[in-house]
Design a protein around this ligand. Structure first.
Ligand code: ATP
Length: 272
């Protein structure tokens, strides 16, 4: 029987405000999360015992055992399966690769076994619940409180300079943990008011990530030079996004940047 397939899109934090820290160490967040039309693919089949094979252009270095969130998601679902993960997203890149893969495994297993996942998605990682929702959302709490948002597609270019950034290290380098939450966003559905609002919001992890990996500054400068409406880091980095008026503009910018920076991972996409 053909394996059950699920798409694991890149997750982008248009904003990421760190608003506090709980006594147990978990950070409180307020984030506008969207998804790209680009990502990994997982394929899942029934099996006598668990197995995982990682293929694709970004497979190198990705664990094929219980360290992989795909494996842990399948264990949490409670059935042994054979998983193939086709990896297109850079790892440890702030675009939720592992979390999105885990959510895709859960979705594929729901279809395969005909029952919904009843476990705690947030136990697998703060970004897993929003990835399981698979829809633009305002994410608060430690990632478990989700308010779906409707979001017209935003053409974008994603750029990763090839340095891995450790999320715990970035949080450790963050000076203030009690920053203000997001302001209310405009409800008129106009792109210009959305952009105006976005520019006044933040990614609180950008400054500490930049201090750890100064090349992130070069990525943001390169995106700004291309005329991006806004350039910002996603998650704990190092991937940054630039927003553009049309997909054609995004495609042309991606081509130009790829020529100028052959070592960087660069992708045009739509965020929604
Ligand atoms: P976030 O946006 O949530 O910060 P991230 O992009 O920083 O996520 P991942 O891509 O999940 O982080 O990778 C973080 C680490 O987790 C990697 O260094 C890798 O060893 C491990 N890992 C576990 N599962 C996966 C997976 N399915 N794909 C890639 N890396 C994984």
């Amino acid at each position: 029987m053909a394996p059950t397939e699920a798409f694991a899109p890149a997750k982008i934090n248009l904003t990421l405000h760190v608003t506090g820290q709980r006594a147990d160490g978990y950070h409180l967040l307020d984030s506008y999360v969207v998804f790209a039309d680009f990502g990994d693919v997982v394929r899942v089949s029934r099996a006598a015992e668990m197995s995982l094979r990682v293929t694709g252009p970004r497979a190198m270095g990705v664990p094929e055992d219980a360290r992989n969130l795909c494996w842990r998601a399948a264990e949490a679902f409670g059935e042994p399966v054979a998983i193939t993960l086709e990896k297109h997203l850079p790892a440890a890149a702030g675009i939720g690769g592992g979390s999105s893969d885990a959510a895709a495994v859960l979705r594929a297993m729901e279809a395969l076994f005909g029952r919904t996942f009843s476990g705690d998605a947030s136990a697998l990682g703060a970004d897993v619940p929003v990835c399981l929702l698979g829809h633009a959302a305002r994410m608060t709490g430690i990632g478990e409180t989700l308010m779906p948002l409707s979001q017209p597609p935003m053409p974008a270019v994603l750029v990763n300079p090839g340095v891995e950034v450790s999320t715990p290290e970035v949080f450790r380098a963050l000076e203030r943990k009690d920053n203000p939450p997001m302001d209310d966003w405009p409800l008129d559905g106009q792109r210009d008011s959305m952009l105006g609002w976005l520019r006044t919001q933040r990614n609180d992890l950008q400054a500490p990530a930049l201090a750890l990996q100064p090349v992130i500054g070069a990525v943001l400068a390169a995106l700004e030079e291309t005329g991006a409406d806004i350039a910002r880091m996603s998650g704990s980095g190092a991937t940054c996004f630039g927003l553009f008026g049309t997909r054609e503009m995004a495609r042309a910018v991606a081509e130009r940047l790829a020529e100028a920076h052959p070592g960087w991972w660069i992708k045009d996409c739509d965020l929604s």
